[in-house]
Design a protein around this ligand. Structure first.
Ligand code: SF4
Ligand code: SF4
Ligand code: SF4
Length: 445
């Protein structure tokens, strides 16, 4: 594998981020101590203490982390090493850390960990390093020290109820535009807006209407061909994404998820089907309800993989000609390690593609794309670090390519962003697709 244009560790650590710098400039030593100590006593309960005290520094988690492996086994990128440099030091010093320390810890927790939880599986004690990195991010959020790009996205979501600042009329216009486009192919196709009592409330992430409206078109055709009873809302509450979950703003997570759930319930829909996004699914299916104090989501929540699986299993969609180009599959952490949808993903691929080539490792052992956990959302200042920090993913893809794979399927928006950069940087020359792209292409319409 071609070696990436490397920067030295010192150079990498000199990344300038406006959000981190300006946030830190507002802080005093006293403010840091006060906020950190308050956070440790109010929220750093038994779980944090148990993890910190249980870690035996055995290093078994190191080789699970793509940052460690891709940075030539540099221990500062190991999961335990990242804990030591951030929340571990905070606990050890009982919160008495400097402003410069917070800046450094912010950069590590936001841009050197994807919260992918691969390392958790390899720790003999099941220590959840991702939880500790998130706790560190929450402290940074409380201190107002957060990378600018991701904070802007979180602000946009909290101000407009979607992360892309899409106005209400633009949202409706986009749905109508996609409906008109699709009607050229299928004159009686509709994108039903505000349909009370429909079986399916379909929700997407903010970037879909903004940059990838064709995905809404494709889903409309899949819904139409399968005879699904579905709808999308006209009001805010359609965006299921969640950067606040990654900035540590859990209060905002609860508010945004409540709007999402309440929109589906206002329409008396029977279940939420979500587009192909990993983090959004984690947020709606697994996290938002808990920050709201609810044991479960108020209605069933289904990822697109499960939906496609049902349609193919029940023969509601029939395949005309399977895709002839060989494909490989990237298992997104949030829906595979987090939800176990790997076999359903493979079912959909085998039903729609002639040749499927596994990349290794796979399923719950797959390596993250290095974009997730909000890392890609920290923006261009950290792009190089993210891409060079995932050389192992490039190796994985290159291996699959050597066996013949031409297309990488990734049913997650963030994975697409991350893999696109990796394919380009390491000159892999592979095509990237969503499962919906393939299904749309090969189904009987
Ligand atoms: S990136 Fe993944 S494997 Fe690495 S420390 Fe974070 S959660 Fe663990
Ligand atoms: S594997 Fe577990 S116990 Fe060992 S260093 Fe990693 S987190 Fe600590
Ligand atoms: S973007 Fe994809 S691979 Fe990366 S953490 Fe999220 S789900 Fe995992």
């Amino acid at each position: 594998m071609k070696a990436p244009a490397e920067k030295s560790f010192e150079e990498k650590k000199k990344i300038h981020d406006k959000g981190i710098e300006e946030g830190a400039a507002q802080l005093t030593q006293e403010k840091v101590h006060q906020v950190v100590q308050q956070m440790l006593s109010a929220e750093g309960g038994a779980r944090l203490k148990a993890y910190i005290e249980t870690c035996s520094h055995c290093g078994l988690c190191s080789e699970a982390c793509h940052y460690y492996l891709s940075n030539d086994n540099n221990p500062i990128y190991s999961p335990a090493g990242k804990v030591k440099q951030t929340i571990g030091e905070i606990v050890k010093k009982k919160g008495k850390v400097s402003v410069d320390f917070i800046k450094e810890a912010c950069e590590i927790s936001f841009t050197e960990c994807n919260l992918c939880r691969r390392c958790v599986m390899y720790c003999p004690f099941g220590i959840d390093v991702a939880y500790m990195m998130l706790f560190m991010r929450r402290i940074c959020h409380k201190l107002g020290v957060v990378p600018q790009y991701i904070q802007d996205t979180a602000h946009s979501h909290s101000a407009t109820l979607n992360q892309m600042w899409v106005k209400e009329d633009e949202w409706i216009d986009t749905l109508q535009w996609q409906e008109e486009e699709a009607q050229d192919e299928f004159p009686d196709l509709r994108i039903p807006i505000e349909k009370e009592g429909a079986d399916i409330f379909y929700s997407v992430i903010g970037p879909e209407p903004k940059f990838r409206a064709q995905l809404i078109y494709q889903m409309a055709v899949i819904m139409y061909a399968s005879g699904a009873d579905w709808t999308m809302p006209a009001t805010p509450g359609w965006d299921n994404s969640d950067m606040c979950m990654y900035t540590g703003d859990v209060e905002m997570v609860a508010r945004l998820k409540k709007v999402h759930f309440e929109t589906a319930m206002r329409l008396k829909n029977k279940r939420i089907v979500m587009g192909e996004c990993g983090h959004a699914f984690r947020s709606v299916h697994d996290v938002g309800n808990r920050f709201l104090g609810w044991k479960m989501a108020p209605l069933p929540v289904v990822h697109a993989i499960e939906f496609y699986y049902e349609l193919l299993r029940d023969r509601k969609i029939r395949i005309k000609n399977k895709l002839s180009q060989p494909v490989t599959f990237h298992d997104p952490c949030n829906i595979v390690r987090g939800r176990g949808l790997h076999e359903m993903g493979r079912y959909v691929i085998n039903e729609t593609c002639k040749t499927f080539i596994e990349m290794h490792p796979n399923r719950e052992h797959n390596f993250c794309c290095a974009a997730g956990g909000g890392v890609i959302n920290c923006g261009p200042p950290f792009r190089n670090k993210r891409v060079t920090g995932n050389r192992v993913k490039a190796d994985q893809l290159a291996e699959a390519k050597k066996k013949g794979a031409e297309i990488v399927i990734a049913p997650c928006h963030n994975c697409h962003g991350g893999l696109e950069d990796i394919i380009k940087h390491y000159e892999l020359g592979m095509e990237l697709k969503f499962l919906g792209d393939i299904l749309y292409e090969v189904m009987e319409k």
